[in-house]
Design a protein around this ligand. Structure first.
Ligand SMILES: [Zn+2]
Ligand SMILES: [Zn+2]
Length: 175
């Protein structure tokens, strides 16, 4: 039982931490994740799974830190469960990027995973097509709160700053 608890908590709480303390802040204020994970010049299977580019690996590692912290906290409850959670999380990284390779989730798997809120490759493909949607790397129930947080904090974001800079630059031109 402790095994299952540690496994599930590693994934659910780890994804919570990764979504709200790494993924959303990256989309708002930073560029590393956008330059690497959302690099549209390369197929995303390459930079999500195959690439050994240090910036790509750094993005992956920073995103994994919350899972590692949660797994470490659960170590005494059940270390095999925590390790299994991390391993499943890594498998999910590979799996959720397979749409580009032509993977289509079979109907039975979709019917099984939908009620659990698990991100399917088709869902994560949506995040690569439109980086404004489909947050939550493993669980889709983080998508709505992540988007709410993003729009709430949008005035503090990189995009608002850049728009402000463009607007002030336009003033002398108009004068
Ligand atoms: Zn991705
Ligand atoms: Zn992203």
């Amino acid at each position: 039982m402790f095994f299952v608890t540690a496994l599930i908590v590693t994934l659910v709480v780890g994804d919570f931490g990764s979504t709200f303390f790494y993924h959303v802040p990256q989309h708002l204020w930073f560029t590393l994740h956008l330059r690497t994970h959302h690099d549209r010049r390369r197929p995303y299977f390459d930079h999500a799974v195959l690439s050994t580019d240090p910036a790509v690996l750094l993005d992956g590692f920073l995103g994994a830190i919350p899972y590692i912290i949660v797994a470490a906290l659960l170590w005494r409850l059940s270390w095999p469960g925590a390790v299994a959670g991390l391993a499943l999380g890594q498998l999910h990284v590979w799996w959720r990027h397979t749409s580009e390779l032509g993977w289509r989730t079979p109907t039975w798997a979709r019917a099984l995973l939908r009620p659990l809120g698990i991100v399917l490759p088709e869902d994560h493909d949506g995040h690569h097509r439109n980086p404004e949607v489909e947050f939550g790397d493993i669980f889709r129930f983080y998508d709505a709160p992540a988007r709410a947080l993003l729009s709430w904090l949008a005035p503090t974001g990189r995009r608002a700053r850049n728009a402000g800079r463009r607007a002030t630059r336009r003033v002398p031109a108009r004068a």
